[in-house]
Ligand binder design. Structure first.
Ligand code: CTP
Length: 475
């Protein structure tokens, strides 16, 4: 076994407190998992630290807490045999070494009778099984029985045990493999990849919350297509997001083909990942075309159509979020809005964008108009460089027009310049449909550019409209 030492990774005083506490209760302990991996990958210092004790993790946690100046609270998860302490913005998790894998769903008590080696072999990947000693006599020594360092160097995800065993211990690990591949740009060992494809149906027993956590991480990675193409290749995507796999394939009728909307979608997500870290905008990119599968039709005259796919897609967003138990809140509404409006700027950029069309776009998109433009720019995936240049330039013009129109007309957070109350007062009206008609007519006149967005113009317009409706002014 290697004798490498990484005590420089353990400079935070918390580690010496753990060393002291462990010594007092005569328990050996090690820092393991993500902290060690990320240190070696130079990904910065992790905020989560996992400590494995050769004995009771809960007891060690309690002893550590006593030693810390602010005596933090120890949260004990009895069912999992773990204990957690929050200290200086760091989350420390303590666990006793295990011989057997633990099952979240099992009622069997957790037996903490393993050695470090037993514990390491029950972990998901060799790169996550790397441990650094916190014991006084060999503080900082690396323990790497499964060649995790070599896998880190080769950028390979490999399971310490036969992959079938590791993945059946916790099928979420199949997604974790793909998530790490996407996040770290690593390759999944071919035998592991095969095991994932063979066991893909087991993902059904994993809760949606845990699946979505991994999806978020894939979407947040630099090149999300790495993760999504692996999810697709292994068959997991079909279980998780069938709306996406339904977009796959190219059909040809009478010599007319449509593009493969699945691969197009992945390109759009990669494109948008270059310009924004907004997770929900990235989700919108992933889902922007999902309405295309159920709306696809072939028309002898015009070829392939996806009529109303934006509208159908926006409805599917709600169902998808609900199924995956994602929040049905303003984030979901934002994604829906992006999907619903995803073709609007494209139409604008094809024709020369009129002021009124731009005003309507800003009115409908409100504060999200910039996000919508970002999505549409990412949607340009043509390989024809002349076309690509043309579309990009057209969007640039639309963006400039948005700024110009916004400076002049202030449509973004449109407030009617004349209130319903004033309309009622002017014409001596009780609440009635006429008020709505007049308010709408004012809004339309502003959006069309017939009148400017100001009080005087709107007031005169209201009088004119009221007269047309046969209303009398209240003197
Ligand atoms: N682990 C595992 N199987 C899982 C989840 C976690 O074996 N299904 C082990 C791994 O050794 C992992 C450690 O528990 O390194 C901590 O897990 P977690 O905090 O979820 O992940 P990290 O590896 O720290 O990575 P990240 O913070 O990016 O999620």
């Amino acid at each position: 076994m290697t004798k490498e030492n990484y005590k420089e990774a353990l400079q935070d005083p918390i580690f010496s407190s753990i060393t002291q506490a462990a010594k007092e209760i005569s328990v050996d302990c090690y820092v393991i998992g993500g902290f060690v991996r990320d240190y070696l990958l130079k990904r910065g210092t992790a905020k989560d630290i996992d400590v494995v004790a050769i004995g009771s993790g809960i007891e060690l946690a309690k002893k550590v807490a006593q030693k810390l100046p602010n005596k933090p609270e120890v949260t004990v998860f009895k069912n999992f045999g773990t204990a957690m302490i929050k200290h200086n913005g760091i989350e420390l998790e303590f666990v006793g070494a295990r011989k057997e894998s633990y099952h979240r769903d099992s009622r069997k008590p957790i037996v903490e009778d393993g050695t470090l080696d037993d514990d390491q072999r029950r972990r998901d990947f060799t790169i996550n099984a790397l441990a650094l000693s916190l014991n006084q006599e060999n503080f900082g020594n690396l323990l790497d029985p499964f060649s995790g360092i070599s896998d880190l160097e080769k950028k390979i995800l490999r399971t310490p045990l036969e992959p079938g065993i590791t993945y059946s211990d916790d099928p979420l690990r199949m997604m974790r493999a793909i998530r790490f591949a996407s996040q770290l740009n690593f390759t999944i060992h071919p035998i592991s990849l095969k095991a994932i494809a063979e066991n893909n149906g087991r993902i059904k027993i994993i809760s949606n919350e845990r699946i979505v956590d991994e999806l978020h991480k894939i979407i947040a990675s630099k090149q999300p297509s790495i993760g999504f193409s692996l999810l697709n290749k292994t068959g997991l995507l079909h279980y998780i997001l069938p709306e996406l796999t339904a977009l796959q394939g190219i059909e040809e009728i009478e010599g007319q083909k449509h593009k493969d909307n699945f691969w197009h979608t992945l390109e759009v997500v990669d494109n948008i990942a270059k310009t924004t870290d907004n997770l929900w905008l990235r989700w919108a990119a992933l889902l922007h075309d999902i309405g295309k599968a159920p709306t696809k039709k072939f028309d002898k005259k015009i070829g392939w159509t996806f009529h109303s796919h934006e509208f159908v897609g926006a409805k599917m967003v709600y169902k998808l979020f609900k199924r995956l138990r994602m929040p049905l809140n303003d984030k979901m509404k934002f994604v829906q809005k992006m999907v619903l409006m995803s073709s609007r700027p494209i139409v604008l950029s094809n024709d020369s964008a009129t002021d009124s069309a731009v005003r309507r776009l800003v009115f409908d998109a409100g504060d999200y108009v910039d996000d919508l433009m970002t999505l549409c720019e990412a949607d340009i995936t043509t390989k024809n460089t002349a076309k690509q240049k043309k579309y990009k330039n057209n969007f640039k013009i639309v963006r400039e027009k948005i700024i110009e129109v916004e400076e002049r007309d202030h449509i973004r957070n449109f407030q009617p310049p004349v209130s319903g109350e004033e309309i009622m007062k002017t014409f001596n009206l009780k609440p009635s449909k006429e008020i709505g008609i007049i308010k709408d007519a004012i809004k339309e006149a502003i959006l069309e550019g017939d009148i400017p967005n100001d009080y005087n113009a709107a007031y005169s317009f209201m009088i004119k409209k009221g007269k047309e409706l046969g209303l009398h002014i209240n003197h």
